[in-house]
Ligand binder design. Sequence first.
Ligand code: GDP
Ligand code: MG
Length: 177
Amino acid sequence: EESYDEECDYLFKAVLIGDSAVGKSNLLSRFSRDEFRLDSKPTIGVDFAYRNVRVADKTIKAQIWDTAGQERFRAITSSYYRGALGALLIYDITRRTTFENIKKWLSELRDFSSPDTVIVLVGNKSDLRQSREVEEEEGKTFAESEGLYFLETSALENQNVEEAFLSMIGRIHEVLT
Ligand code: GDP
Ligand code: MG
């Protein structure tokens, strides 16, 4: 268990974005506490979690913000995006609409955040192979066209979750130093 008060060299804020039920909260709980819930409740308001990560001899405290997915339809508080150095833009590979909505999330993100914000596109639920509606290649092609990093993950099977967060955090560190 990492101590909350452990010394850190940097504090990074990053945000999770994407439609409801794509798996934002489970990706965060997997990354921060190695927990997964099949019956997870919709997130109310804004939640966040911390994890300390070692990058190039430095300790980075990553503060990851999570919110409910419906917020695109209300006035999103700019405070959610304010100061975010990174974002995971998440869709569900078994629901095509969540992938189509990525364009809207991306444009909102670009409106509210700084041009240096590191963005990773994440296709979650890669374990549900039989129900796939978005091919990995499509995610990859879209990410390349927008200059984003891309990964498919499974919060359930703990596939690529570390990689998704750590690639974002590592890249933020590179941009800042
Ligand atoms: P959020 O609304 O984006 O925060 O989504 P949640 O994290 O609450 O997850 C919504 C539902 O999808 C829950 O029933 C989760 O158990 C499920 N879920 C999340 N990630 C995965 C995954 O990687 N694989 C599978 N099979 N289910 C997942
Ligand atoms: Mg949630």
